[in-house]
Design a protein around this ligand. Sequence first.
Ligand SMILES: *[C@@H]1O[C@H](CO)[C@@H](O)[C@H](O)[C@H]1NC(C)=O
Ligand SMILES: *[C@@H]1O[C@H](CO)[C@@H](O)[C@H](O)[C@H]1NC(C)=O
Ligand SMILES: *[C@@H]1O[C@H](CO)[C@@H](O)[C@H](O)[C@H]1NC(C)=O
Length: 401
Amino acid sequence: MDSRRGKPIQAFHSGRSILADVFTGLLLVSLGIVLGMICNANFPESYLHPYLQPQPLTPPPAPAPSPETACVGPRSPSPAPRMEFADFLAPSAGGGGGGLMHNMTDEELLWRASMEPRRVDASMPRGIVHKVAFLFLVTADLPLRPLWEKFFAGHEGLYSIYVHARPGYAGSPPRDSVFYGRMIPSQNTTWGTMNLVDAERRLLGNALLDLANARFALFSESCAPLLSFPAVYAYLTGSRASFVESYDRPVGRLRHWRWFTNRGVSLEHWRKGSQWFQMHRALAAEFVAEARYIDVFKGGHGKKNMEEHYLPTLVTLLGWGARSQNRSLTNVDWSHSRGGHPLRYGARDVTAELIERLRKGEGNCGYNGGVADLCYMFARKFAPDTLGKLLELAPKVMGFG
Ligand SMILES: *[C@@H]1O[C@H](CO)[C@@H](O)[C@H](O)[C@H]1NC(C)=O
Ligand SMILES: *[C@@H]1O[C@H](CO)[C@@H](O)[C@H](O)[C@H]1NC(C)=O
Ligand SMILES: *[C@@H]1O[C@H](CO)[C@@H](O)[C@H](O)[C@H]1NC(C)=O
């Protein structure tokens, strides 16, 4: 065997040109592979599902072979213009004056939204201006709409609004309102059930499609701002962490723990909190992509109020740690709780002192590793009759209007 193997090697030595031919061949093959990869990268975008196409939704021009790749065929004398970076940022669903209505099912929407970029930091490319997405989960009209309109006035381009109303609601704000055309496809919601979480994820899913939305805040119709837009914007976008209330509440957590433990949610994970979150884009994308635990909570052992546990518990299940401050920026007073409802402010309760007290909260609220002067940017619940009083106080106490 050894002696027979020796011969061909000697033959190689004697004919150096064969070895050179093999090297040349290998070189040509790898060059072919690389060229093939470059050419394949130019496949037409129209092969993709419409939701996957880069923006704008008008079909991009057919890709012409660019001079530097020079794959096959004649060189185009004037290459088609390349898509601008800004074109990729246009909202994917509707946008412009066309409203936000689309035909995606929840599954399609969350699938689409979960693949949106999660990275939001100081190095956002080429001067993209971060927006805050204001998500309104309401039944019908927004009684405090005039207050919110004053709050938003003059800050176009720094916010976007999404409204989830009950499906049958046919009303609409006037055409000149910032709320006009901002309704998203909705479904029925019931307090005390997980379909509230579905509505929250629906709002987030729609808002994630706008790549400039960097923070996401949830509101009800009884929520009101406690400060001016620039103050709220700075507080939200300046924070490295999200604000998702999540606290350990030993009382009550023992009831169904075995059922949950069997499904991967143990006692150490179990948390409670209000839904009124203010989320960083990265967590919002994780929240809409989450598909494992939501089914556990929907199974929920047939118990009520799972929506008060799902998101707060997710903070521990997904290990969000310091990425969430474990508190909300929306002040809700449970100290006078009547029948499971928080304190509701009427027109007579609304004073400058109340607004200041609500903002300050308990004091000593964590913010970027330090402590912030103010704990709350928003509060609930304000009855519809507080509108006049809030509008009157806004310029003096809140700094807008
Ligand atoms: C999609 O939605 C539009 C309205 O936005 C509607 O006119 C159209 O019929 C819908 N198409 C399908 C296939 O549901
Ligand atoms: C929503 O609820 C209303 C009243 O409870 C009901 O009539 C309607 O059919 C529901 N819609 C859907 C889509 O479930
Ligand atoms: C929030 O809670 C989680 C889990 O309870 C914890 O790991 C994390 O350190 C908390 N974050 C802050 C900022 O306190």
